[in-house]
Design a protein around this ligand. Structure first.
Ligand code: ZN
Length: 209
């Protein structure tokens, strides 16, 4: 699946350990925000970090990403299951200091989450290989050190339920991407960092400029 991406819907705090590491409460319904299609870049390019003297630190968040092959509106869990067209890993890049400032003021997060290059996606894979998405393991290594160890079994809102739930908040369309939330272990990207993303037997590499 590699349709034109309409919007990228992101889920905040879908892993309790990550909510806790940032001092946030564990939500009772999924926390949703979006990134525009203009923020999407392919992992085969270098990650271009915004100037930290002007924008502050950029944090990485490795996440399992789903692309839809069908529209979903007020969908059932079964309809959500059938609408999954592709699976991959992504990095939800975040200007963390700016995000914290915006959160403190009760302002929207777009300036911290929607910049060009803020959504890094690897290659789309066939969803058939991932079963019911409750036992998918994925990892992010930086300079060969394991930083994030993802296990969808630990999601507060599992993939099918999550997609159905989002579609009750607003319509999802074929091509839309859902970033399903980051596990714990987020941190700062430094110039020159070499990143390795692993999803089962698949592996992608990129570097921070
Ligand atoms: Zn995220």
């Amino acid at each position: 699946m590699q349709a034109t991406i309409g919007k990228v819907v992101c889920v905040g705090r879908n892993y309790a350990a990550h909510a806790q590491e940032l001092g946030n409460e564990v939500p009772s319904s999924p926390l949703l925000f979006m990134k525009p299609a203009s923020s999407v870049v392919a992992v085969r390019n270098d990650i271009i970090r915004l100037d930290p003297t002007r924008y502050g630190d950029t944090h990485y968040e490795a996440e399992l990403c789903i692309q839809l092959s069908a529209d979903l509106s007020r969908a059932s869990v079964e309809q959500a299951q059938q609408a999954i067209g592709g699976v991959t890993l992504g990095l939800d890049l975040t200007l963390r200091e700016l995000q914290s400032e915006l959160k403190e003021k009760g302002h929207p997060w777009e300036r911290a989450k929607c910049f060009d290059g803020a959504c890094v996606l690897t290659d789309w894979l066939d969803p058939q290989a991932f079963g019911d998405f409750t036992q998918v393991k994925y990892q992010l290594y930086i300079n060969n050190e394991l930083k994030q160890d993802g296990d969808t079994g630990l999601m507060l809102f599992p993939v099918y339920e999550l997609l159905a739930e989002i579609s009750h908040a607003f319509s999802l369309q074929a091509g839309d991407v859902i970033m399903t939330g980051t596990p714990s272990g987020v941190g700062v990207l430094q110039a020159g960092d070499k990143l390795t993303l692993k999803l089962g037997a698949h592996e992608w590499q990129t570097q921070v400029r």
